[in-house]
Design a protein around this ligand. Structure first.
Ligand code: ADP
Length: 191
């Protein structure tokens, strides 16, 4: 299986690139952000609880997102691999994912880290907020809080995956197609 993690701060382009990667390599896109927004839209209990945290720019509990990912991995599919987008976001989530994939004998092959400077991130998220309708994209304080959560809880994961020899950094400030080409080069090298 070709299992890939897309890693990077909010606004680094994970969602955009994930869409192209799944098309090019016939993979399944697993975005915990999208799953949580679907729960909110369906007004489920889980969605209502997650919304309060997401609107503040805070992470939802590990157990919630790990459970959602486990359900997706268990759902029948013919896929040759998964692209994880926005997950894992904490070391606890990364350890849980490794355990889930180990029992399925399909470990993570590659972690692609999108590198984008802080100024460009804020600019992109606020621009996206004008059309996305996402409350967490429209307020500079909330955006800042998401970046703080990322630096404290998610960035340490880079070391976790580097220690496994799986982390590849890709510059994420070039045009979308150029970034995609660089990502595909890394994927082709492990395929
Ligand atoms: P972005 O990467 O652009 O910030 P996402 O759509 O990935 O946006 O996530 C939006 C929000 O959903 C996060 O700020 C967080 O509150 C919640 N969320 C998504 N994925 C996770 C996760 N793996 N763990 C905890 N919270 C998450």
């Amino acid at each position: 299986m070709l299992n890939i993690v897309l890693f990077g701060p909010p606004g680094s382009g994970k969602g955009t690139q994930a869409e192209s990667i799944i098309r090019n390599y016939n993979l399944l896109h697993l975005s915990t952000g999208d799953m949580l927004r679907a729960e909110i839209a369906a007004q489920t209990k889980l969605g209502l609880e997650a919304k309060t945290l997401m609107d503040r720019g805070e992470l939802v509990p590990d157990s919630v997102v790990i459970g959602m990912i486990e359900n997706r991995l268990d759902a029948p599919s013919q896929t040759v691999g998964f692209v994880f987008d926005g997950f894992p976001r904490t070391v606890k989530q990364a350890e849980a994912l490794d355990a889930l994939l180990a029992t399925r004998k399909a470990p993570i092959r590659l972690v692609l880290s999108l590198v984008v400077g802080e100024e460009e991130l804020t600019r992109r998220i606020i621009a996206r907020g004008k059309t996305s309708g996402r409350a967490d994209d429209q307020n500079e304080e909330i955006v800042k809080n998401r970046v703080v959560e990322y630096r404290n809880k998610t960035e340490p994961l880079a070391k976790y995956y580097a220690a496994q020899g799986k982390l590849k950094e890709v510059k994420g400030e070039a045009r979308v197609e150029e970034v995609l080409a660089d990502l595909c080069k890394e994927i082709d090298a492990v395929k």
